[in-house]
Design a protein around this ligand. Structure first.
Ligand code: ATP
Length: 509
C-alpha cells in the first residue's frame, strides 16, 4: 500500500446530499476523499448511506446537492457508463457476470479498445493475471466458478476497463477464509501498483487490516474520517453505532439442560443436491452451529431438513412425530427457515414491511375466515422494527426503500415473531452491521432459552462459537465431526472443514 498524498485526490466528494422521492434523506453534507493508490474503507451501520454514496460515485444515482471532483476537476456522471469511462469500476456483492460466457469473454465484456481481436485479448488477459498475481483458466465457463473466482473475474474486468478506482461493496460477504485472503492479496497488490480502492464492508477486522484511511457514516453524515492506524475494533464500533457492543457478542453460549427433550430428529437424510446420510438431534434450548466452507452442502442440508428439497430422502421428526417432506408441513410442525438468498426467497417487493413480516403467520393472525387482522400485523411489525433496529420510515415502507442490511432484518423478523420452535438460519448476519449482528445473536440466544432449537449455518466460525452449544462440521454433504462449542476453536473448525483431522491427517470424508 502506498498512498500518493501529493497532488489532488483521485476522488473528492464535498457537501454531498441525496434525498429519495419518499422523503428519506440518505446523505447529508457528506464528504469523502480518496487518494490514488490508497485503500479507503467506508463503514457504517445498515442504512447509514454507504450504498447510496457508492451509487452516486458510480453514476447510478444523481446526487441532490454537492460537488464531486475527479482528479481535481468537477464532474457530473449521469450514467454508470460515464463513471466507468472516467475510470471508476464498481464491484457489487452479487457479481453480475454472464454465466454462459467464458472467463475471457466476461473480462473484456465492457472493455474498450483493441481487445476484440482474440490474440490481443489473450495477451492482455495474461498481463492482467500477472498484475493480480492469480491464475484462472480463461476458457472456463463462468457458471461453473466458485464465488471467490467470480470475484476475481470481476476484478479483472475492472482492470480491463482501465479502472483507477475500484469500488467494492462487501466483496467478501459470502467467501470462506482462504478465498477472502485471495481478495485481500489482490487489493494490496493492485494498490501498490497505483489502483485506488473504496472498500465497503461490515467486517471490521478486514477494514482495519486492509485500508489506509477510514470514513465512518452514520445516518447519512460523515461522523469520522481518519487514518486506519488510529483505530482499533472497539473504537470503530463506537464510531459506527455510538455504543459499545462487543461485550454482548463475546458472551458465549448458554448451557443446555442434560434432560432437555429432543425437539428435532434428523435420520439418514440424503439428497441429490449433495446431502449424504446426515443424522443428528437437537434438544430444546440448543443452538447447533453448522461449520462448513462454501459448497460444503451446509445450505443444502438446511433445505433438505426443511423439506424444500423434494428429492431428499430420510426422516425428520419434531417432538417425535414425522414431518411431511414439504415446507408447508415443516411450517405447520413449527419449523422456520431463514434462507441465505434473502433477495430471491425472502421478501415480496410489492408488499409493505408489515405484510412481509406476517406472511408466514397469516393463519394465526387471521380472525374467523382468512381475513388478516391488520392491527395485530402492524403491531408485530413495529415490534420487529424496534427489536431489530430496522432503519425505515415505518411498517408501511416497501422492501425496495430499505438498505440491504435492513431488508435482511425484515426477513429475519418474518420468522422470529411466529410460533416457530425449530429455527434454521442460513448466514443470519451476512450483510448486517455490528450492532444488528449483536442484536440477532442475542435473539438467537433468547429463542433457544425460550425452549426452541436453532440450527445455524455461518461462514464466520467465530460467530458460531459465540452462540452455538454444539458444532457439527459439514464437508462434502456429510457431518464429518462434532464438537462441544466450549471445547473447540476457530482454528480447529477451519481445519476440520477443510478436511484435515487432528494432527493434519485428512479425514476420510
Ligand atoms: N430507492 C430508495 N428509495 C427510498 N429510500 C431509499 C432507497 N434506497 C435507499 N434508501 C434509504 O436510504 C438510506 C440509506 O440506505 P443505503 O442503502 O445507502 O444504506 P447502507 O449504508 O448501504 O446500508 P446496508 O449496510 O444495509 O447496505 C436508508 O434509510 C434506506 O432506507
Amino acid at each position: 500500500m502506498h498512498t500518493a498524498m501529493v497532488g489532488p485526490p483521485l476522488l473528492a466528494l464535498e457537501g454531498l446530499g441525496k434525498s429519495f422521492p419518499n422523503g428519506t434523506v440518505a446523505l447529508r453534507e457528506a464528504r469523502l476523499t480518496v487518494h490514488p493508490g490508497s485503500v479507503h474503507g467506508l463503514v457504517g451501520a445498515n442504512g447509514a448511506g454507504k450504498s447510496t454514496m457508492i451509487k452516486v460515485i458510480a453514476g447510478a444515482h444523481p446526487p441532490t446537492s454537492g460537488v464531486m471532483r475527479w482528479k481535481g476537476e468537477e464532474v457530473v456522471w449521469r450514467t454508470p457508463g460515464a463513471a466507468r469511462k472516467a475510470g471508476v469500476a464498481t464491484i457489487m456483492q452479487h457479481v453480475p457476470l454472464a454465466p454462459t460466457l467464458s472467463v475471457l469473454e466476461n473480462v473484456f465484456l465492457g472493455a474498450p479498445g483493441p481487445w476484440r481481436l482474440p490474440r490481443a485479448r489473450r495477451t492482455e488477459f495474461a498481463r492482467l493475471l500477472d498484475r493480480v498475481g492469480y491464475a484462472i483458466d480463461p476458457d472456463a465457463e463462468v457458471a461453473g466458478l466458485a464465488i471467490g473466482e467470480r470475484q476475481m473475474v470481476a476484478i479483472l474486468q475492472a482492470l480491463a476497463t482501465g479502472a483507477e478506482l475500484v469500488v467494492m461493496d462487501e466483496p467478501t460477504a459470502s467467501l470462506a477464509g482462504s478465498e477472502r485472503q485471495v481478495v485481500f492479496d489482490v487489493v494490496r497488490r493492485l494498490s501498490a501498483q497505483g489502483t485506488a480502492f473504496l472498500y465497503v464492508s461490515h467486517f471490521l477486522d478486514e477494514v482495519l487490516s486492509l485500508t489506509d484511511r477510514i470514513t465512518v457514516l452514520r445516518d447519512g453524515t460523515v461522523v469520522e474520517e481518519g487514518e486506519t492506524a488510529g483505530y482499533d475494533e472497539d473504537r470503530l464500533v463506537q464510531a459506527i453505532v455510538g455504543r459499545d457492543l462487543l461485550a454482548a457478542e463475546r458472551r458465549g453460549p448458554a448451557a443446555v439442560a442434560p434432560d432437555a427433550p429432543v425437539l428435532l430428529s434428523v435420520r439418514g437424510l440424503s439428497s441429490a443436491a449433495g446431502v449424504r446420510d446426515v443424522s443428528f438431534e437437537a434438544r430444546a434450548g440448543e443452538v447447533i452451529g453448522f461449520a462448513g466452507l462454501l459448497g460444503s452442502g451446509r445450505s443444502e442440508l438446511l433445505h433438505a431438513v426443511y423439506g424444500a428439497d423434494s428429492r431428499a430422502r430420510g426422516e425428520v421428526l419434531v417432538d417425535g412425530r414425522r414431518v411431511g417432506r414439504t415446507p408447508r408441513a415443516a411450517v405447520a410442525a413449527g419449523m422456520a427457515l431463514v434462507p441465505e438468498d434473502r433477495g430471491a426467497q425472502g421478501l415480496v417487493g410489492t408488499f409493505p414491511i408489515w405484510q412481509n413480516i406476517s406472511l408466514p403467520h397469516l393463519p394465526a393472525l387471521s380472525s374467523g375466515r382468512a381475513l388478516p387482522r391488520e392491527a395485530a400485523e402492524t403491531e408485530r411489525a413495529e415490534r420487529a422494527i424496534a427489536d431489530l433496529g430496522i432503519v425505515c420510515p415505518g411498517p408501511g415502507a416497501l422492501p425496495g426503500e430499505l438498505s440491504g442490511g435492513n431488508a435482511q432484518k425484515v426477513v429475519f423478523g418474518k420468522w422470529l415473531y411466529g410460533g416457530a420452535r425449530v429455527f434454521m438460519l442460513d448466514e443470519p448476519t451476512a450483510g448486517v452491521d455490528v450492532g444488528a449482528k449483536a442484536d440477532i445473536l442475542g435473539l438467537v440466544r433468547a429463542f433457544a432459552a425460550g425452549g426452541g432449537a436453532v440450527l445455524m449455518v455461518s461462514s464466520e466460525f467465530e460467530e458460531i462459537l459465540a452462540v452455538a452449544t454444539r458444532v457439527l462440521v459439514v464437508r462434502e454433504g456429510r457431518i464429518v465431526a462434532e464438537r462441544a462449542a466450549h471445547e473447540t476453536s476457530e482454528e480447529e473448525l477451519l481445519m476440520l472443514a477443510n478436511g484435515f483431522g487432528e494432527g493434519g491427517a485428512r479425514d476420510a470424508a
